[in-house]
Design a protein around this ligand. Structure first.
Ligand code: FES
Length: 96
């Protein structure tokens, strides 16, 4: 489940199904990129192609209720809830 927000619609929740092989080690950011490229290109999240190694700190979000970096946290459970890291939401998972 992804908590989404934009100025027109306000907050709403959206579910996506992402196929992951059992032994694949994928990050939460990998899931978000799959969604963006294959399911819904309106989903907004921070993406820093040159980082993706927990260096810039900008991909933070609430992942199953805990704050974490989406490029670092492994997607190792069947259901993942993603929320913006704070209340200063620009759109979807992107915050100031
Ligand atoms: S993309 Fe830089 S910390 Fe995640």
């Amino acid at each position: 489940m992804v908590q989404r927000f934009d100025q027109k619609t306000g907050k709403f929740q959206q579910n996506y199904i992402v196929p992951v092989e059992e032994n694949d080690e994928v990050s939460v950011m990998d899931l978000l990129e799959y969604i963006y490229q294959n399911l819904d290109d309106s989903l907004a999240f921070f993406h820093h192609a040159a980082c993706r190694q927990a260096a810039c700190g900008k991909c933070g979000m609430r992942i199953n209720g805990k704050t974490g970096l989406s490029c670092k946290v492994k997607a190792d459970c069947d259901e993942i809830n993603l929320e913006p890291v704070n209340d200063k939401i620009v759109r979807d998972l992107v915050c100031h």
